[in-house]
Ligand binder design. Structure first.
Ligand SMILES: Cc1cc2nc3c(=O)[nH]c(=O)nc-3n(C[C@H](O)[C@H](O)[C@H](O)COP(=O)(O)OP(=O)(O)OC[C@H]3O[C@@H](n4cnc5c(N)ncnc54)[C@H](O)[C@@H]3O)c2cc1C
Length: 436
């Protein structure tokens, strides 16, 4: 073991004094920051990538899940309201999303990741109370007693610090909560990551009628050619000849690559691109309509499903999901199934009946032990099947929107995150059009 290095203490004058700081500009963090700023909070959104959207753009996951409910008569209707619905409807109106398309017992909305980046940027730039720092990483939490007083941020201009009354950890990895000393957990079995990729020049007129055969082709490829998954999805983006491919799965020594470990993440990124080349070759050889197609690019970053979650005041479980629990502090509905990407190339599904849902509790968005720290998105307090359902984009955006509304009470009335007036939060969300 080499000798320890001494990291000198520093005193930094905060460059901004804010109401709300949101770490992580994925679907959840974007929703939190935009909602907070729209409601009058001076807000900073800190994102380490050069664009917003997290996995929805950087991971190019390609469909919005958790936005629609399937009724018993087969009709599809939105299950989210407020900002998530606004995003879905705007993308549709611009021809950058289509559907909803029925999927299992709910539905998905395929969207163009590039168009999503542009829309999120347009919305944050239109909001004068919102400052966005891209290429900026929230690295340290400054805690005074049980209050998070400020955050240290590594920027392209060096280290900065900011003060705020309330904070949201939307890093996907619970990075800020961990730094702030809140409890975090790693699932007993984390889900496998995947590298999404785009193929262009696909003959969709040939490919689409053969989609039913795709499942058996992949199953055969898994058995005979060692493909990493037994099933997957081809997602036409809506642009001519373009398909997003969900077929990869990255493992190391037979277990999932850990997206929160620097060496494993590096391996995963590189191995993901190797896998994409191999899978594109498989599609060209085997899938009708793909013979002249080419691999245009992989997603900008590896698609990481699960790393760490925060220990919250409430923890969402599989029983809550499958038991369709309606929490008293519910901040939005979710009908997405339990979806686990597990060993053996399998994806395990536990479906909810059509026209049924559970609710996401605000308590799962409050970090235990820190007075003014909320959490939103895939690092919410959830375990097992609770996590495996609530991790999709619809509930992530609902959570971001809700914590911004709750944070208003911390900022304006000095409330603690764990003791905000839940009825008022729900009333405010109702006014935003969120079905509760
Ligand atoms: C391969 C794959 C396919 C999927 N398919 C679908 C699908 O089809 N539909 C669906 O709805 N969901 C899908 N999901 C799940 C869904 O995409 C994610 O769970 C969801 O997007 C998470 O949103 P988030 O905002 O919580 O986190 P993320 O999208 O991960 O965003 C977190 C953001 O925080 C930033 N960040 C992290 N640490 C810091 C820091 N310290 N400082 C500053 N910034 C930081 C990251 O760069 C990132 O932008 C899929 C996931 C994967 C991996």
């Amino acid at each position: 073991m080499s000798r320890a290095l001494h990291v000198p203490a520093e005193e930094i004058t905060p460059s901004l004094d804010l109401d709300l700081v949101v770490a992580g500009g994925g679907s959840a963090g974007f929703a939190a920051a935009l909602t907070g700023a729209r409601r009058g909070l001076r807000t900073l959104l800190v994102e380490e990538m050069p664009f917003l959207g997290g996995m929805s753009t950087g991971g190019a996951v390609g469909t919005y899940c958790g936005f629609y409910l399937r009724r018993r008569d087969g009709e599809l209707e939105p299950i989210v309201g407020g900002l998530p619905l606004e995003i879905a409807q705007t993308l549709r109106a611009r021809g950058s999303a289509y559907g909803p398309i029925p999927f299992k017992t709910t539905a998905v909305l395929p969207y163009v990741p590039f168009a999503t980046k542009l829309l999120l940027e347009e919305l944050v730039r239109a909001e004068p109370r919102l400052t966005v720092w891209l290429h900026a990483k929230a690295s340290r939490a400054i805690v005074e007693g049980t209050t998070l007083a400020g955050v240290v941020i590594e920027t392209r201009a060096g280290r900065r610090a900011v003060r705020a009354a309330a904070f949201v950890d939307a890093t996907g990895d619970a990075a800020l909560a961990r730094e702030a000393g809140a409890g975090t957990r790693r699932g007993a079995e984390i889900q496998y990551p995947s590298m999404m990729f785009t193929m262009q020049n696909v003959r969709l007129d040939e490919a689409m009628p053969k989609l039913a055969a795709f499942a058996s082709l992949v199953e055969e490829g898994f058995a005979k050619e060692g493909l990493p998954r037994r099933g997957g999805n081809l997602i036409p983006t809506g642009r001519p000849g373009e398909v997003l491919v969900a077929l990869s799965r990255i493992s190391l020594d037979g277990r999932p690559v850990d997206g929160a470990d620097p060496e494993e993440l590096t391996y995963g990124e590189m191995e993901g691109r190797v896998q994409a080349v191999r899978l594109a070759d498989f599609l060209k050889r085997r899938m009708p309509g793909f013979a002249e197609a080419y691999l245009a690019d992989t997603a900008p970053r590896l698609g990481v499903r699960e790393t760490r979650t925060v220990e919250g005041e409430t923890t969402l479980t599989e029983d809550d999901v499958l038991g369709l629990r309606k929490f008293e502090d519910g901040i939005g509905r979710c009908a997405w199934p339990v979806e686990r990407h597990i060993a053996g190339g399998e994806t395990q599904w536990k479906l909810l009946e059509p026209e049924t849902w559970y609710t996401i509790p605000l308590g799962a968005l409050v970090a235990k032990g820190v007075d003014n720290l909320f959490v939103a998105g895939r690092c919410l307090s959830a375990v097992g099947g609770g996590f495996a359902s609530a991790r999709v984009i619809g509930p992530c955006m609902l959570a971001g929107q809700a914590v911004a509304v709750a944070a208003e009470q911390v900022v304006r009335a000095g409330a603690r995150a764990r003791s905000v007036d839940v009825d008022r939060v729900r009333e405010d969300l109702g006014r935003l059009g969120v079905p509760l």
